[in-house]
Ligand binder design. Structure first.
Ligand SMILES: CC(C)(COP(=O)(O)OP(=O)(O)OC[C@H]1O[C@@H](n2cnc3c(N)ncnc32)[C@H](O)[C@@H]1OP(=O)(O)O)[C@@H](O)C(=O)NCCC(=O)NCCS
Length: 317
């Protein structure tokens, strides 16, 4: 292997980014789709690792929570360069860049299906999400067109409602345990400035809560939207509630929204925090609707990890 070097990505790297993505997640990768958007974002940096002048890996940093947190995203290493410590070196280079360029950052977070990280990395596991994933073909989509689209329980809501009501401290405690709002592997603190980042990155989201106009303490929230992947279209939705029947209502509502919005084959991906709820969702989708489980994810669980960078700094000194 030639000597490794590290640098930030440039727009002209796009073709090599596409090559890097080949074979990742069986055509469900998002990095080439997001690349140009990410390159324009001030709070995003894509670090590359090169062997000689060949790009062999990438990893992105996304700065959120008013500069307090950085999210590691889209770690990629070419198959023939794996298991040689390159990803770890790339992460170290990215950490160093973030420390220097965003000195307010105190912690790093990321979401991964992988759960066997070595203790020496000092990662703290802080959250777990259960994922359901279904492959919806044209026939199922057509069948869904005959369903009644109205839900007696769930309605769409506006961004203002989310900022003014859902992000009020009393509701946040109820809906977002650990003060985390996760969407498409981006965990943020539930507040308006972060929500703006999410809406900016994922532009076709629909927000939903239960029909309960008189109450200022909603018990449920979901959001979902089209997420383009290299060879597929996904509908990605995250559901937040402690109430099983509301969870099932949201799941159905999001599924109907997806069928209405996407007119061809798509993958319906839905995440929720509780294992028992996801079991209920699975039975609804598989036993009642007979949906076909998609093979795009090998693990049915997403884990969220945190590294305290301030503490790490102290230890390193
Ligand atoms: C994950 C990936 C970037 C690791 O690259 P690598 O250069 O082989 O990794 P390294 O040699 O530096 O170290 C291996 C370490 O990577 C970590 N790792 C392995 N699989 C991982 C995964 N799916 N996600 C995150 N980290 C992973 C582990 O800490 C592992 O150390 P361990 O074997 O002692 O537990 C590479 O396998 C890859 O590109 N996989 C496909 C894309 C992917 O799954 N990315 C996940 C991040 S979004």
């Amino acid at each position: 292997m030639e000597e490794l070097s590290f640098r930030l990505a440039r727009l002209s790297d796009f073709d090599e980014i596409v090559s890097l993505s080949k074979g990742i997640y069986k055509g469900h990768d998002y990095l080439p789709i997001e690349f140009h958007k990410w390159m324009k974002m001030e709070n995003m940096a894509i670090m590359l690792v090169l062997s000689g002048d060949k790009i062999v890996g990438s990893r992105a940093a996304y700065i959120i929570d008013d500069g307090k947190t950085y999210i590691r995203r889209a770690g990629r290493v070419l198959p023939e360069f794996r298991k040689q410590g390159i990803s770890q070196k790339l992460s170290d280079a990215l950490d160093e860049y973030v420390r220097f360029s965003f000195p307010t950052v105190e912690r790093m977070r990321f979401v991964s299906k992988y759960n066997k990280f070595s203790d020496s990395l000092r990662l703290k596991k802080i959250l777990q999400f259960e994922v359901l994933s279904y492959d919806i073909d044209e026939e199922e989509y057509r069948e869904s067109q005959t369903w009644n689209e109205e839900s007696t329980e769930i309605a769409t809501c506006t961004k203002d409602y989310i900022s003014n009501v859902l992000f009020s401290s009393r509701v946040v405690e109820q809906l977002f345990p650990d003060n985390i709002l996760l969407y498409d592997r981006v965990p943020v603190e539930p507040c308006s400035s972060n929500f703006e980042h999410i809406v900016q990155e994922f532009d076709s989201l629909t927000f939903c809560t239960e029909k309960n106009p008189a109450s200022s303490s909603p018990k449920s929230f979901s959001f979902g939207g089209v997420a383009q992947r290299v060879e597929y279209v996904h509908w990605t939705t995250y559901i937040y509630t402690r109430d099983v029947s509301l969870y099932k209502e949201h799941l159905m509502f999001q599924f109907k929204l997806a069928c209405k919005s996407i007119k061809s084959r798509f993958i319906f991906v839905s995440s929720v925090m509780s294992e028992s709820m996801s079991a209920q969702g699975r039975s609804l989708m598989e036993e009642k609707l007979h949906l076909k489980v998609s093979d795009n994810i090998s693990e049915k669980r997403l884990n969220m990890y945190e590294l305290d960078l301030v503490q790490q700094n102290v230890t390193e000194i």
